[in-house]
Design a protein around this ligand. Sequence first.
Ligand code: CA
Length: 322
Amino acid sequence: MRLILLLGALLGIPGVSAMDIIAHRGASGYLPEHTLESAILAHGQGADYIEQDLVLSKDNVPVVLHDIHLETVTDVEQRFPERARDDGRFYALDFTLAELKTLRVHERTDEKGVPVFPHRYQGNGLFRIATFEEQLTLIRELNRSRDKSVGFYPEIKSPKWHQQQGRDISAIVLAILRQHQLDDANAKIFVQCFDFAELKRWRQELGAKVKLVQLLGENDWQESDSDYDYLKSEQGLAEIASIAQGIGPWIEQLASFHQDGIELTGLMQRAKAKGLLVHPYTLRADQLPGQTSWAQMIQLLAEDLAVDGVFTDFSDKAKAAF
Ligand code: CA
Protein backbone atom coordinates (compact mmCIF):
# COMPACT_ATOMS: atom_id res chain seq x y z
CA MET A 1 0.00 0.00 0.00
CA ARG A 2 2.82 2.34 0.92
CA LEU A 3 4.54 1.57 -2.39
CA ILE A 4 1.32 2.14 -4.29
CA LEU A 5 0.92 5.48 -2.55
CA LEU A 6 4.46 6.47 -3.43
CA LEU A 7 4.00 5.39 -7.05
CA GLY A 8 0.67 7.15 -7.15
CA ALA A 9 2.27 10.33 -5.90
CA LEU A 10 5.19 10.05 -8.33
CA LEU A 11 2.91 9.37 -11.29
CA GLY A 12 0.41 11.97 -10.17
CA ILE A 13 -2.43 9.45 -9.88
CA PRO A 14 -5.24 11.08 -7.91
CA GLY A 15 -7.26 9.20 -5.33
CA VAL A 16 -4.63 6.61 -4.45
CA SER A 17 -4.62 6.71 -0.69
CA ALA A 18 -2.95 4.49 1.88
CA MET A 19 -5.74 5.19 4.28
CA ASP A 20 -9.49 4.76 4.04
CA ILE A 21 -11.39 7.94 4.77
CA ILE A 22 -14.58 7.08 6.66
CA ALA A 23 -17.09 9.93 6.57
CA HIS A 24 -18.19 10.10 10.22
CA ARG A 25 -21.99 10.67 10.17
CA GLY A 26 -21.51 11.84 6.58
CA ALA A 27 -19.99 15.27 6.02
CA SER A 28 -20.91 16.18 9.59
CA GLY A 29 -18.35 18.99 9.76
CA TYR A 30 -20.49 20.88 7.24
CA LEU A 31 -24.12 19.72 7.37
CA PRO A 32 -26.41 18.19 10.02
CA GLU A 33 -25.12 14.69 10.74
CA HIS A 34 -26.55 11.57 9.10
CA THR A 35 -28.93 13.38 6.74
CA LEU A 36 -29.04 12.38 3.07
CA GLU A 37 -27.56 15.80 2.25
CA SER A 38 -24.63 15.06 4.57
CA ALA A 39 -24.07 11.69 2.84
CA ILE A 40 -24.22 13.34 -0.59
CA LEU A 41 -21.61 15.92 0.39
CA ALA A 42 -19.33 13.23 1.85
CA HIS A 43 -19.65 11.31 -1.43
CA GLY A 44 -18.65 14.42 -3.35
CA GLN A 45 -15.74 15.03 -0.99
CA GLY A 46 -14.14 11.73 -1.89
CA ALA A 47 -14.84 9.63 1.21
CA ASP A 48 -14.06 5.92 0.84
CA TYR A 49 -16.84 4.91 3.24
CA ILE A 50 -19.88 6.73 4.62
CA GLU A 51 -21.00 5.89 8.15
CA GLN A 52 -24.59 5.16 9.21
CA ASP A 53 -25.40 4.89 12.92
CA LEU A 54 -28.59 2.86 13.26
CA VAL A 55 -31.50 2.80 15.70
CA LEU A 56 -35.01 1.39 15.23
CA SER A 57 -38.30 3.23 14.75
CA LYS A 58 -41.50 2.05 16.48
CA ASP A 59 -42.35 0.10 13.32
CA ASN A 60 -38.92 -1.58 13.24
CA VAL A 61 -37.34 0.48 10.46
CA PRO A 62 -33.60 1.15 10.96
CA VAL A 63 -33.10 4.92 10.77
CA VAL A 64 -29.79 6.78 10.64
CA LEU A 65 -29.34 8.48 14.00
CA HIS A 66 -26.44 8.58 16.41
CA ASP A 67 -28.57 8.39 19.56
CA ILE A 68 -31.61 6.49 20.74
CA HIS A 69 -32.89 9.97 21.71
CA LEU A 70 -34.17 12.58 19.23
CA GLU A 71 -34.10 15.98 20.90
CA THR A 72 -30.44 16.89 20.38
CA VAL A 73 -30.68 16.68 16.57
CA THR A 74 -34.40 17.30 15.81
CA ASP A 75 -37.34 19.55 16.70
CA VAL A 76 -39.25 16.63 18.29
CA GLU A 77 -39.86 18.57 21.52
CA GLN A 78 -41.80 21.22 19.57
CA ARG A 79 -43.73 18.86 17.32
CA PHE A 80 -44.59 16.12 19.83
CA PRO A 81 -44.16 17.79 23.26
CA GLU A 82 -46.35 15.18 25.00
CA ARG A 83 -44.37 12.20 23.76
CA ALA A 84 -41.37 12.33 26.14
CA ARG A 85 -40.85 9.39 28.48
CA ASP A 86 -40.77 9.89 32.26
CA ASP A 87 -37.07 10.76 32.04
CA GLY A 88 -37.94 13.75 29.82
CA ARG A 89 -36.24 12.23 26.77
CA PHE A 90 -37.79 11.54 23.35
CA TYR A 91 -36.93 8.08 21.98
CA ALA A 92 -36.83 7.26 18.27
CA LEU A 93 -38.30 3.87 19.19
CA ASP A 94 -41.55 5.56 20.34
CA PHE A 95 -42.21 7.09 16.90
CA THR A 96 -43.29 5.44 13.67
CA LEU A 97 -41.24 6.13 10.57
CA ALA A 98 -44.07 8.35 9.28
CA GLU A 99 -43.84 10.42 12.46
CA LEU A 100 -40.05 10.54 12.38
CA LYS A 101 -40.26 11.80 8.79
CA THR A 102 -42.20 14.89 9.95
CA LEU A 103 -39.29 16.00 12.15
CA ARG A 104 -36.73 18.57 11.05
CA VAL A 105 -33.10 17.63 11.64
CA HIS A 106 -30.75 20.38 12.84
CA GLU A 107 -27.11 20.70 13.77
CA ARG A 108 -26.37 18.93 17.08
CA THR A 109 -27.12 20.70 20.34
CA ASP A 110 -26.68 19.72 23.96
CA GLU A 111 -29.74 18.97 26.13
CA LYS A 112 -30.24 22.70 26.77
CA GLY A 113 -30.37 23.46 23.04
CA VAL A 114 -26.89 25.01 22.84
CA PRO A 115 -25.04 24.14 19.59
CA VAL A 116 -22.20 21.65 20.19
CA PHE A 117 -20.24 23.07 17.23
CA PRO A 118 -21.50 26.68 16.91
CA HIS A 119 -19.31 27.53 13.90
CA ARG A 120 -20.74 24.62 11.88
CA TYR A 121 -23.90 24.84 9.75
CA GLN A 122 -26.71 26.51 11.71
CA GLY A 123 -29.28 27.20 8.98
CA ASN A 124 -32.55 25.38 8.46
CA GLY A 125 -32.22 23.37 5.28
CA LEU A 126 -35.41 21.39 5.94
CA PHE A 127 -33.38 18.26 6.63
CA ARG A 128 -35.12 14.98 7.44
CA ILE A 129 -34.20 11.75 9.20
CA ALA A 130 -33.08 9.14 6.64
CA THR A 131 -33.67 5.40 6.76
CA PHE A 132 -30.77 2.97 6.36
CA GLU A 133 -32.22 1.74 3.06
CA GLU A 134 -32.53 5.30 1.74
CA GLN A 135 -28.83 5.80 2.40
CA LEU A 136 -27.92 2.45 0.82
CA THR A 137 -29.88 3.32 -2.31
CA LEU A 138 -28.57 6.88 -2.44
CA ILE A 139 -24.93 5.87 -2.15
CA ARG A 140 -25.32 3.02 -4.65
CA GLU A 141 -26.90 5.37 -7.20
CA LEU A 142 -24.24 8.02 -6.60
CA ASN A 143 -21.60 5.32 -7.08
CA ARG A 144 -23.21 4.48 -10.41
CA SER A 145 -23.77 8.04 -11.61
CA ARG A 146 -20.35 9.26 -10.44
CA ASP A 147 -18.48 6.04 -11.29
CA LYS A 148 -17.27 5.60 -7.68
CA SER A 149 -17.24 2.72 -5.20
CA VAL A 150 -17.94 4.39 -1.87
CA GLY A 151 -18.64 1.81 0.83
CA PHE A 152 -21.03 1.59 3.80
CA TYR A 153 -20.11 1.58 7.47
CA PRO A 154 -23.25 0.93 9.58
CA GLU A 155 -23.11 0.87 13.38
CA ILE A 156 -25.53 -1.10 15.53
CA LYS A 157 -26.42 1.35 18.32
CA SER A 158 -27.30 0.18 21.82
CA PRO A 159 -28.25 -3.42 20.91
CA LYS A 160 -28.78 -4.38 24.55
CA TRP A 161 -31.13 -1.43 25.12
CA HIS A 162 -33.09 -2.41 21.98
CA GLN A 163 -33.26 -5.99 23.33
CA GLN A 164 -34.62 -4.71 26.66
CA GLN A 165 -37.32 -2.91 24.66
CA GLY A 166 -38.17 -6.21 22.96
CA ARG A 167 -36.40 -5.44 19.66
CA ASP A 168 -33.65 -7.30 17.81
CA ILE A 169 -31.96 -4.51 15.86
CA SER A 170 -29.13 -6.79 14.67
CA ALA A 171 -31.46 -9.33 13.05
CA ILE A 172 -33.41 -6.54 11.32
CA VAL A 173 -30.27 -4.82 9.96
CA LEU A 174 -28.71 -8.10 8.86
CA ALA A 175 -31.89 -9.01 6.94
CA ILE A 176 -31.62 -5.68 5.07
CA LEU A 177 -27.94 -6.29 4.30
CA ARG A 178 -28.88 -9.68 2.86
CA GLN A 179 -31.65 -8.17 0.72
CA HIS A 180 -29.04 -5.79 -0.70
CA GLN A 181 -26.38 -8.52 -1.19
CA LEU A 182 -24.20 -6.84 1.42
CA ASP A 183 -23.74 -9.72 3.89
CA ASP A 184 -20.58 -10.59 2.00
CA ALA A 185 -16.96 -10.55 3.20
CA ASN A 186 -15.94 -9.12 -0.19
CA ALA A 187 -18.49 -6.30 -0.25
CA LYS A 188 -17.29 -2.78 0.53
CA ILE A 189 -18.90 -2.59 3.94
CA PHE A 190 -17.96 -2.91 7.61
CA VAL A 191 -20.47 -3.41 10.42
CA GLN A 192 -19.35 -1.81 13.70
CA CYS A 193 -20.54 -2.11 17.29
CA PHE A 194 -19.33 -1.13 20.77
CA ASP A 195 -20.94 -4.23 22.28
CA PHE A 196 -18.56 -7.18 21.91
CA ALA A 197 -21.16 -9.79 22.93
CA GLU A 198 -23.39 -8.49 20.11
CA LEU A 199 -20.61 -8.50 17.53
CA LYS A 200 -19.84 -12.12 18.47
CA ARG A 201 -23.54 -12.85 18.06
CA TRP A 202 -23.43 -11.45 14.50
CA ARG A 203 -20.70 -13.91 13.56
CA GLN A 204 -21.56 -16.96 15.65
CA GLU A 205 -25.33 -16.93 16.11
CA LEU A 206 -26.68 -14.91 13.18
CA GLY A 207 -24.08 -16.36 10.77
CA ALA A 208 -23.05 -12.99 9.32
CA LYS A 209 -20.40 -13.05 6.58
CA VAL A 210 -19.90 -9.28 6.43
CA LYS A 211 -16.67 -7.71 7.76
CA LEU A 212 -16.98 -6.65 11.41
CA VAL A 213 -15.25 -3.94 13.44
CA GLN A 214 -15.18 -3.85 17.25
CA LEU A 215 -15.41 -0.30 18.54
CA LEU A 216 -13.39 0.46 21.68
CA GLY A 217 -14.42 2.98 24.31
CA GLU A 218 -13.56 3.52 27.95
CA ASN A 219 -15.32 1.48 30.62
CA ASP A 220 -16.55 4.61 32.42
CA TRP A 221 -18.42 5.83 29.31
CA GLN A 222 -20.97 3.04 29.96
CA GLU A 223 -21.43 2.64 26.22
CA SER A 224 -21.96 -1.13 26.67
CA ASP A 225 -21.20 -3.92 29.15
CA SER A 226 -18.01 -4.78 27.25
CA ASP A 227 -14.73 -4.57 29.18
CA TYR A 228 -12.58 -2.36 26.97
CA ASP A 229 -9.51 -2.72 29.20
CA TYR A 230 -9.65 -6.45 28.51
CA LEU A 231 -10.44 -5.98 24.80
CA LYS A 232 -7.33 -3.76 24.40
CA SER A 233 -5.12 -6.49 25.93
CA GLU A 234 -3.30 -9.08 23.85
CA GLN A 235 -5.80 -11.76 24.87
CA GLY A 236 -8.77 -9.46 24.21
CA LEU A 237 -7.46 -8.51 20.77
CA ALA A 238 -6.95 -12.20 19.94
CA GLU A 239 -10.58 -12.81 20.88
CA ILE A 240 -11.71 -9.90 18.68
CA ALA A 241 -9.60 -11.24 15.80
CA SER A 242 -11.40 -14.60 16.04
CA ILE A 243 -14.66 -12.97 14.88
CA ALA A 244 -13.86 -9.51 13.48
CA GLN A 245 -11.59 -7.86 10.90
CA GLY A 246 -10.74 -4.69 12.77
CA ILE A 247 -10.98 -2.39 15.74
CA GLY A 248 -12.25 1.17 15.98
CA PRO A 249 -10.45 2.73 18.95
CA TRP A 250 -10.71 6.29 20.19
CA ILE A 251 -7.62 8.16 18.87
CA GLU A 252 -6.45 8.71 22.46
CA GLN A 253 -6.27 4.95 22.96
CA LEU A 254 -3.57 4.84 20.26
CA ALA A 255 -1.61 7.89 21.44
CA SER A 256 -1.57 10.07 24.51
CA PHE A 257 -1.20 13.80 24.11
CA HIS A 258 1.04 15.63 26.58
CA GLN A 259 2.38 19.17 26.91
CA ASP A 260 5.77 18.01 25.68
CA GLY A 261 4.67 15.68 22.89
CA ILE A 262 2.70 12.67 21.70
CA GLU A 263 3.36 9.17 23.00
CA LEU A 264 2.17 5.97 21.31
CA THR A 265 0.35 3.55 23.62
CA GLY A 266 1.31 0.31 21.85
CA LEU A 267 -2.31 -0.63 21.02
CA MET A 268 -1.59 -0.17 17.29
CA GLN A 269 1.24 -2.74 17.36
CA ARG A 270 -0.74 -5.21 19.47
CA ALA A 271 -3.69 -4.99 17.06
CA LYS A 272 -1.45 -5.35 13.98
CA ALA A 273 0.19 -8.44 15.55
CA LYS A 274 -3.29 -10.04 15.57
CA GLY A 275 -3.90 -9.06 11.94
CA LEU A 276 -6.59 -6.52 12.78
CA LEU A 277 -7.35 -3.40 10.76
CA VAL A 278 -7.29 -0.21 12.85
CA HIS A 279 -9.85 2.55 12.12
CA PRO A 280 -9.68 5.19 14.89
CA TYR A 281 -12.29 7.88 15.60
CA THR A 282 -12.71 10.86 15.29
CA LEU A 283 -10.48 13.23 13.31
CA ARG A 284 -12.00 16.71 13.63
CA ALA A 285 -10.29 19.74 12.13
CA ASP A 286 -12.20 21.93 14.61
CA GLN A 287 -11.57 19.81 17.72
CA LEU A 288 -8.02 18.51 17.97
CA PRO A 289 -6.68 16.86 21.14
CA GLY A 290 -4.54 18.99 23.48
CA GLN A 291 -2.27 21.45 21.71
CA THR A 292 -1.99 19.25 18.61
CA SER A 293 -2.14 20.89 15.18
CA TRP A 294 -3.88 19.41 12.13
CA ALA A 295 -0.47 18.75 10.53
CA GLN A 296 0.70 16.89 13.65
CA MET A 297 -2.43 14.74 13.63
CA ILE A 298 -1.90 13.86 9.97
CA GLN A 299 1.72 12.95 10.70
CA LEU A 300 0.65 10.85 13.69
CA LEU A 301 -2.10 8.94 11.89
CA ALA A 302 -0.42 8.50 8.51
CA GLU A 303 3.22 8.02 9.48
CA ASP A 304 3.78 7.29 13.18
CA LEU A 305 0.78 4.99 13.61
CA ALA A 306 0.05 4.19 9.93
CA VAL A 307 -3.59 3.41 10.65
CA ASP A 308 -5.68 1.63 7.98
CA GLY A 309 -8.49 4.16 8.01
CA VAL A 310 -9.89 7.02 10.03
CA PHE A 311 -13.33 8.30 10.95
CA THR A 312 -13.51 12.00 10.19
CA ASP A 313 -16.10 14.81 10.11
CA PHE A 314 -13.99 16.40 7.35
CA SER A 315 -13.52 13.92 4.50
CA ASP A 316 -12.37 16.66 2.12
CA LYS A 317 -9.55 17.85 4.36
CA ALA A 318 -8.56 14.27 5.24
CA LYS A 319 -8.59 13.23 1.58
CA ALA A 320 -6.33 16.15 0.70
CA ALA A 321 -3.93 15.33 3.53
CA PHE A 322 -3.52 11.55 3.21
CA1 CA B 1 -20.66 5.84 15.03
